[in-house]
Design a protein around this ligand. Sequence first.
Ligand SMILES: NC(=O)c1ccc[n+]([C@@H]2O[C@H](COP(=O)([O-])OP(=O)(O)OC[C@H]3O[C@@H](n4cnc5c(N)ncnc54)[C@H](O)[C@@H]3O)[C@@H](O)[C@H]2O)c1
Length: 255
Amino acid sequence: MNGRFESKVAFVTGGTSGLGRDAALAFAREGAKVVFTGRRSDAGEEVASAIRKQGGEALFVRADISRESDVAAAVKACVRAFGSLDCALNNAGIDGTLMVPMAEYRTDVWDAVVRTNLSGTFFSMKYEISEMLKRGGGSIVNMSAMAGLRSGRRTGAAYNATKHGIIGLTTTGAVEYASQGIRVNAVCPALIQTPMSEATFLKDEAMVQKALQMYPLGRIGRPEEVTSLVLWLCSAEASFMTGTAIPVDGGSLLI
Ligand SMILES: NC(=O)c1ccc[n+]([C@@H]2O[C@H](COP(=O)([O-])OP(=O)(O)OC[C@H]3O[C@@H](n4cnc5c(N)ncnc54)[C@H](O)[C@@H]3O)[C@@H](O)[C@H]2O)c1
């Protein structure tokens, strides 16, 4: 396949659904060999087969991002299968409990969200960077959210804290590895139509109408509108970009 990622290997966490699935398919359409992780083998094999149907090469690795050994094994499997790891999208994440204020927030939910979103991103960066250093560079994109940019959001303590924390990991990684050819950026989507948002903010028409009021563009986003930014940041076109946290938000930060 022809494209910006020909002869490149892309690694995507949480590629079995939503934004990760869309990015995995897009990387493959643009010529990358794609390795992606997730927890469900049936969903993983479905995405791998969709990639092969469009003429691409893909490997699904079952891995729980909150377990360091799973992440290390997935990165190893990527390099074993395709010989490299040039671009990474650290996307896997959960939202925990969004509508509960802090004093009532369950500690086990907090632990799960921190372990998945924040430790999972740290584990991913740690092993991806080790591989990229052996090959003279690479590009990493971390999936933060509007919740990582906006201050003073009510409820969803763990989600807000971890999405802020992901930007901290992004800027730290960017500065630590810039001189060794590794760029690290974050993307910060607002509400995008995926299984995650359909199960939380878009459960019924009243919720959809409430959500629409937050967007000057008058609609919520589509996965491909996040994917296009992710791929651009990973591409050579973004060669002077590192340490950024870019909103994809339909103008919602303005109001
Ligand atoms: N959809 C939105 O509105 C929105 C907005 C901002 C940010 N995000 C972020 O985008 C990312 C993807 O969200 P989505 O909307 O596509 O949701 P989704 O639920 O459709 O997909 C989440 C993916 O992460 C994977 N995942 C979750 N926990 C995992 C774990 N422990 N180990 C391995 N994989 C795991 C799931 O298997 C799935 O593939 C998340 O980090 C989310 O916080 C989403």
